[in-house]
Design a protein around this ligand. Structure first.
Ligand code: ASP
Ligand code: MG
Length: 441
């Protein structure tokens, strides 16, 4: 079994949804197709939800009308026969009645999440009827029946697996099963979601849950690239990555993949292939446990980093100091990304600013605290970096004119992290593109 996930842009226009149909039919064997909402839909639903939360009902109503118009046009362009045009008309009517119903009553967090779920519910229904119009025997598999998260918002992989395994025997007939990305149920059995961009995560969870042969994430670029194409002129796709390398890259700014996606796939050893809807012949990127050794694969950058430095003579020859520091971050549920220590100081970075104030207030007790915002982590990813003599030399030679605030290396053999001011990010990525990949700046 293969899992094929298509993102919002891949289904964003009727002709592109038809193309997804072609790709699904061309792909051999049995598959689960995971779809995002049509592009722009989740953003529109968020805007509607925000208006309703703030009691701006008129604005919400206006946005709902606009979105409905968009769906009407989409639907009438998608279906060709009058029979299916009528079905499309009915689908649009049904979703927008529900959305209006949600928007008239008391609007709370729960209604908000139900509202957000409508995008994926609608896109999969459209795709299902599109394939039916093409006489394809397929089935809708409602994600709300098997996808769940616990009270810490963590997906319940074992339960998801049990439920899917129980469902599959009744789905022997069809080669194409269609389900919603992103949406799930929470521990209260309410409708919830896996956070923005979560459809990739859905695909990976399903792939892991049923031990699929392969999870394919179809987007509109040909795999992960060695550098950020928005910043440097020339980038090249990476043919293969290990799970660890891909996780580093997904977290550090390679927007192509939701950062949690790799986790379930890696846990159950299911390879993830990134493919391009616009160019299905392109090899894309294969992420598995068999990446190649001794190579720098890519550089990426992540913005919005805050560095906190704690300078304290109490740290000198003391034990238990770092534990106390870490406990502060734990108390405020704020993950630490990079860390670097000396005998009398420690620097930590975070990317979530929400609890910065109380964290800093509590850290004051440990020593002198300095905070710098607007930092970026430049991350160099590869395999067994230590086996390649001189790799650190190459990196720092390339960056010799860039002021570096912090460096972290050795935690994993996959990554060198370098912290710079965000205004030095572009220059750093360009210099590394030339210095490490010889692709020009
Ligand atoms: N539709 C959701 C979003 O826009 C989930 C996804 O597309 O992955 O965030
Ligand atoms: Mg996405």
């Amino acid at each position: 079994m293969h899992i094929l996930k298509f993102g919002g842009t891949s289904v964003g226009r009727p002709e592109r949804l038809r193309k997804v149909g072609d790709l699904v039919l061309a792909s051999p064997g049995k598959k689960v197709v995971v779809l995002s909402a049509f592009s722009g839909t989740t953003n529109a639903l968020v805007a509607i939800g925000d208006h309703l939360m703030a009691d701006r009902r008129d604005q919400a109503a206006k946005e709902i009308d606009n979105l409905e118009q968009h769906y009407k046009t989409y639907s009438s362009d998608l279906f060709t026969s009058s029979e299916y045009k009528a079905i499309g008309f009915e689908i649009v009517g049904r979703y927008f009645s529900l959305i209006r119903l949600l928007s008239t009553g008391r609007f709370d967090d729960r209604s908000y999440r139900e509202l957000l779920a409508q995008g994926e519910l609608a896109s999969t229904e459209f795709f299902y009827y599109h394939l039916r119009e093409r006489k394809v025997d397929c089935r809708l598999l409602p994600a709300l029946h098997f996808m769940s998260i616990d009270e810490n918002q963590e997906p319940e992989l074992d339960k998801i697996s049990e439920r899917l395994m129980a469902l599959l025997p009744s789905l022997q007939q069809q080669d194409v099963l269609i389900t919603q990305g992103y949406i799930c149920r929470n521990h209260l059995n309410e409708i919830d979601n896996l956070k923005r961009g979560g459809s990739d995560y859905t695909a990976s969870l399903i792939g892991a849950a049923i031990k699929a042969e392969e999870i394919q994430i179809w987007t509109d670029i040909d795999g992960m690239h060695n550098n950020d194409p928005r910043i440097v002129k020339k980038t090249v796709p990476i043919a293969s990555l290990t799970f660890d390398e891909a996780s580093e890259l997904a977290y550090f700014g390679a927007k192509i993949l939701h950062p949690s996606t790799i986790v379930p796939a890696q846990k159950r050893g299911v390879p993830v292939r990134l493919k391009n809807t616009m160019d299905e012949q392109a090899p894309g990127t294969l992420i598995s446990d068999k990446g190649s050794v001794g190579q720098i694969k890519a550089v990426a950058a992540k913005d919005g980093i805050i560095v906190i430095n704690i300078k304290s003579s109490r740290m000198l020859l003391a034990f238990g100091f770092l534990r106390q520091v870490f406990e502060v971050f734990e108390r405020y549920k704020t993950p630490i990304d990079m860390i670097s220590t000396s005998e009398v100081a420690v620097s930590l970075t975070i990317d979530d600013p929400r609890q910065l104030e109380p964290i800093v207030a509590q850290l004051q007790g440990f020593g002198t605290i300095t905070v710098h915002k607007n930092q970026s982590i430049i991350c160099v990813v590869g395999n067994m970096l230590t086996e390649r003599q001189g790799v650190l030399h190459e990196v720092f030679t390339a960056l010799q004119n860039v002021p570096i605030r912090m460096v972290s290396f050795g935690g994993s053999l996959n990554n060198i992290s370098i912290l710079v001011d965000t205004n030095a990010k572009e220059q750093s990525l360009k210099l590394l593109n030339q210095g490490l990949f010889h692709l020009g700046e």
